[in-house]
Design a binder for this molecule. Sequence first.
Ligand code: SF4
Length: 256
Amino acid sequence: MGGVNYARLGRPNNTGTRIVCVSGDVQRPGYFEIEVGAVTIGQLIYEMAGGLKPGRKLKAIIPGGSSAKVLRAGERFKLKQKQPDGASIEREMSIDEIPMDFDSLAAAGSMAGSGGVIVLDDSRDMVWALNNINEFYAHESCGQCTPCREGSLWMQKITDRMLRGGGVTEDPKTLKSIGGNIAGRTICAFGEACAWPTQSFVEKFPEEFAARAQKPVPPALPPEYTPEELIEAESIQAVPMAHDPGWEKAGAAGLI
Ligand code: SF4
């Protein structure tokens, strides 16, 4: 097949083929070569990848590698699709009906990205899933830009703390704020890559993040003291802080 014929495959503006990798909660994970946009997410999961595990329901899809924004099952998506004659038609569709092409996944609020499709069924804890992703990005940040170096680690520390039971009510808001202060403020696209999972997981699954963020916001940091005041250190009250294991111990003991 020559270049001209190859370019006839796929959908307008999304031509050719791609190899996608389906992993996660499917019966037949693996690599599949698809004609771009000729296969929907539903066909990819239920026909090519063998469907979900017995008795399970679809919870979410990450359609283009771990940095792609997560799509929640049950959402409705309004997509404008370019037709062969150049016209655009808007259609509302379910997650299963979204074509696996660049324009459609971008219009659905995510991206085709690397083609790494991660399928999550209803057995998955989304805070756990995000923490797993955050661990990867915190580890992989090269450290050159402060927002990425610090922010990826902060996000990971917060989701880790939420999993361990130390989440505070401000955590979902803080996670979104950190993500917002990384994306667009770094040298390379890794900044967006590490921010988008956190931003989208918290936005799409607010109830799961709220459930893990039950403790009251910790008290304000103590004021800074002058050297003279520090001489009287014994009179200064110690206040446990959020990043201090003492905060969690005090919380567990019902002192906060
Ligand atoms: S955004 Fe890129 S260059 Fe900057 S710290 Fe992250 S990985 Fe390094």
